[in-house]
Design a protein around this ligand. Structure first.
Ligand SMILES: NC(=O)c1ccc[n+]([C@@H]2O[C@H](COP(=O)([O-])OP(=O)(O)OC[C@H]3O[C@@H](n4cnc5c(N)ncnc54)[C@H](OP(=O)(O)O)[C@@H]3O)[C@@H](O)[C@H]2O)c1
Length: 326
């Protein structure tokens, strides 16, 4: 009942929720595990306790709340969601109907559960925060991970040059399968001093200039290397802290590294309106349904084993998406 390591997660029985006005009651087929769930569990992001973690999943509508009779939603329809009202690691979840995503026909529900957070995040990072274009040089960390494996495909599709990092050589296969030359997949585990070795490797591959943009979801361990890997007037998109949060920064650092831009975006601000949520969801879920976006489910755990799923994600051993199956 308090923040802590993965061992504080306990499987308990609670009364079934009933949907409030404007809410759907959804029975998830699969539940997405995300790094943000670990930040909330551990107290990095403060939430009231006791806390049911999880925000994301996909499944069938089991009941409609008041006011949704003529909304177009029906019991039995398949939906996904990135923001559950009651906590997503559960067998029944309340979802704000205005934030639900109706799924295209034929999309596997496990694939759908992998996309609301990581797929929409990859979409906004690459298309809106820094719209990547052909001919640009891009550095992406954790490129075999959840957000990373999707963002890597989206960057590659633009015709930009992708320089991707992975923790160990075993994770490089998904990048080379995508067509990224093996010389552009940098294995962080082989570097002795990330802050100097990584920028050197990036500059060696970009004619000494550095990249136009860095997408950094690792944070504390990589931030300095990210600043030093950018070209003059490049952009650092810091979108997470898998290794820990970045300490306060003196803005002069941006000046010293060549008039850099720094942003710390979050998904909520890029799907704030229903229109933007639907536009991104149609693009990402549609691409997955047509087989144009490969969604790798790295590991599945029974819902009771949420603690093991958190331990796996934090251990850095995973690739692709982790799901909980109720
Ligand atoms: N801002 C937003 O809107 C938003 C939305 C969703 C997710 N995120 C962020 O995106 C990042 C990736 O999330 P994800 O759910 O897709 O996870 P993930 O990438 O599947 O897993 C995190 C990866 O980070 C790398 N890493 C490097 N140092 C690490 C460390 N000390 N501990 C753990 N991992 C480390 C590992 O890859 P390697 O071993 O290959 O280096 C690991 O597999 C997270 O920071 C998350 O908070 C942000």
């Amino acid at each position: 009942m308090r923040p802590g390591g993965h061992e504080v997660l306990k499987y308990v029985t609670l009364p079934d929720p009933t949907p409030g006005p404007g809410e759907l009651l959804v029975k998830p087929t699969a539940i997405g595990v995300n790094f943000i769930d670990t930040y909330r569990r551990s107290g990095v992001y403060q939430v009231p306790f006791p806390h049911v973690p999880g925000t994301e999943g996909a499944g069938e509508i089991a009941a409609l709340g008041q006011g949704l009779e003529d909304s177009g939603y029906e019991v039995g329809q398949k939906v996904a969601y990135a923001e559950s009202v009651t906590g997503g690691y559960a067998e029944l979840v309340r979802v704000d109907a205005a934030r639900a995503i109706l799924l295209p026909p034929g999309l596997d529900l496990k694939v759908a559960a992998a996309l609301p957070m990581q797929g929409l995040t990859a979409d906004y990072l690459v298309r809106s925060t820094f719209p990547v274009k052909a001919g640009q040089d891009v550095l992406l960390y954790a490129a075999a991970g959840g957000v990373g494996s999707l963002a890597a495909q989206m960057i590659h599709e633009t015709g930009a040059r992708l320089i991707a990092t992975v923790g160990d050589a075993a994770k490089a296969a998904s990048l080379t399968a995508l067509g990224v030359p093996s010389g552009d997949v940098l294995v962080l585990g082989t570097m002795r001093d990330l802050a100097t070795d990584l920028p050197k490797a990036v500059k060696d591959r970009t004619g000494g200039r550095g990249v136009h943009v860095v997408f950094d979801g690792i944070g504390k361990d990589t931030f300095k290397a990210s600043l030093a890997s950018l070209r003059r007037r490049g952009t650092l998109v810091l979108f997470g802290g898998a290794s820990g949060q970045v300490p306060p920064l003196d803005p002069q650092e941006l000046n010293a590294h060549g008039s850099l831009y720094l942003t710390r975006p979050t998904l909520a601000d890029y799907v704030a309106t229903r229109e933007e949520l639907v536009e991104r969801a149609e693009r990402v879920f549609g691409a997955a349904a047509r087989g144009e976006l490969t969604v790798k489910i790295g590991q599945e755990f029974p819902l009771e084993q949420a603690a093991q799923a958190h331990a796996a994600l934090e251990s850095r051993a995973t690739t692709g998406k982790l799901l909980l199956i109720p």
